[in-house]
Design a protein around this ligand. Structure first.
Ligand code: CA
Length: 218
């Protein structure tokens, strides 16, 4: 035992999944189909999906804004966790990936709750601001170079007391490797550094999946 976050060996990770994962069959099927397809490694891990579902329950969220929907795993997980009258707005630029998402949302009977916007997300976020929209919960898992812009937009679109979640904030460990100076790594590092000193949010970087930052708007 040690007073720091434990390292995760393969066998320990398998154990975590074995004793705690409650992945519905439809999510497992969506995950398997995504993993077998192009970009499969981009989807979130099942234990992260379950963690986000728990956060949705804890916060009593009734509205959810997502930037980067891909094949729809996180949106479906959240739709299953939110109340039946919840609204989900999902932003993506890919018709191909989100066609798979729509197919599973239909099958799960939640498609009517999900408002999918195919456009550059910053345009959609600006339009939502123009409409005076406010959300309880936001998840960002899209192009890393725009993370800073998504954060600023999110602070306007998430209500005070609402929660912003940013995926891939550890970026496979690159954020702590001084030799890594690519644009994505620099953008994630910049967000991580900026959030630490930002008094507008309460903060926790949770080392689940590839790192999930939780920022609650004050
Ligand atoms: Ca991701």
């Amino acid at each position: 035992m040690s007073p720091r976050t434990i390292g995760m060996s393969d066998s320990l990770y398998d154990y975590v999944l074995k004793v705690s994962l409650r992945e519905p069959e439809i999510l497992a099927r969506l995950r398997a189909e995504t993993t077998a397809g192009p970009g499969g490694a981009m989807q979130i891990s099942p234990e992260q999906g379950q963690f986000m579902q728990l956060l949705a329950e804890l916060t009593g969220a009734r509205s959810y804004l997502e930037v980067g929907t891909f094949t729809g795993y996180s949106a479906l997980a959240m739709a299953l966790a939110l109340p039946a009258d919840a609204e989900l707005v999902c932003c993506d630029v890919s018709e191909d990936y989100t066609n798979m998402a729509r197919r599973f949302w239909d099958e799960a009977g939640v498609a009517d709750r999900i408002n999918l916007r195919i456009a550059p997300a910053l345009e959609t976020l600006e339009a939502l601001q123009g409409d005076g929209r406010q959300f309880d919960l936001m998840f960002v898992d899209a192009d890393k170079e725009n993370y800073g812009a998504y954060y600023e937009a999110g602070l306007k679109l998430v209500r005070p007391g609402g929660l912003l979640m940013f995926d891939n904030v550890l970026w496979g460990g690159s954020v702590a490797d001084p030799d890594k100076q690519d644009a994505d790594t620099l953008a994630i590092r910049a967000l991580n550094t900026a959030l630490q000193g930002d008094p507008r949010v309460s903060l926790s970087l949770v080392p689940i999946g590839d790192g999930l930052t939780l920022a609650r708007r004050r």
